[in-house]
Design a protein around this ligand. Sequence first.
Ligand code: 2NL
Length: 348
Amino acid sequence: MNLKDKLEQLKENSLSEIKSASDTKKINDIRVHVLGKKGPITEVLRGMRDLPADERPKVGSFANKVRDEISEAITQRRDELEIAKTADKLEQEKIDVTLPGVPVKQGQPHVLEQVIDQIEKLFLGMGYQVVDGPEVEEDHYNFEMLNLPKDHPARDMQDTFYITNSILMRTQTSPVQARTMEKHDFSQGPLKMISPGKVYRRDTDDATHSHQFHQVEGLVIDKHITMADLKGTLQQLAKNLFGEEREIRMRPSYFPFTEPSAEVDVSCFKCGGKGCAVCKYTGWIETLGAGMVHPNVLKMAGIDPEIYGGFAFGLGPDRFAMLKYGVNDIREFYLNDVRFLEQFSQKG
Ligand code: 2NL
């Protein structure tokens, strides 16, 4: 067979092989095999040495033409395969955007957080600041500054988690108030604050006791503060939390850090005061402790009790939430069983 026929045949074979190549690897193999240094085209061009001189240009240009055609066919087939591959991938990764989605569970703030948020909103609206402080506290701020010296019998009233002799888990949030009073610059105006947060007591947990619970304490110090200011403030709080129709009443009580002191009852939100199971047929529910800040407490914070006075109160969000939602075991708040928590969803 002469060189020209050989090339012609090579071309036919290669083109049909290229056409039937089904992946890019096969195409690359063909390129290397047919057009490479050891391939048949190179061989033909090398064999031209044996041709008569006048035939060389014709055969040479024909060989080049065959090589170009094969090269062109390879490029074209490779492009086709790439496009097909992409199309195939797109087909396989197709997403049906009309399929219904998997619902994502929506959480909400813990019910105690919801109660605390509501109290914070109310007091922020009345110009109070919300202040945080350490839960691991010094004896000095937790007891001493609140008129509970070391030998005071009232210290026995609360069993305390001591870390060392002088470091403890706070039993109230009043140490936050003590720290704030101590720093307050009265030339800038009165002190009005609430301090919400976790507190700790050495109690055995049961339906009504938890070794860790919550407290919100409030404190106002200025010139000319009276018990009427306290009563009006607590009236607002009771209405905000339990309904516009609620009334409060104050009964004499005792706290070491206030004088006089009072227990505060709210008219029953369930029966409106007529008497029912919720208020144990008294018409009233005990909700808060409060009083006028004891002069010793002011003195210890460096405030002159002859010039300044104030009121303070303390309430338990746990108890509020139990009353409001009819929860009869305080431990429910701390078990974090989603089935319990999701009952307090804030969604409409
Ligand atoms: C209660 C009683 C109360 C206070 C807390 C307080 C704080 C300072 C000064 C004076 Cl810095 N008083 N706090 C006052 C009266 C009562 O809590 O039964 N809480 C649940």
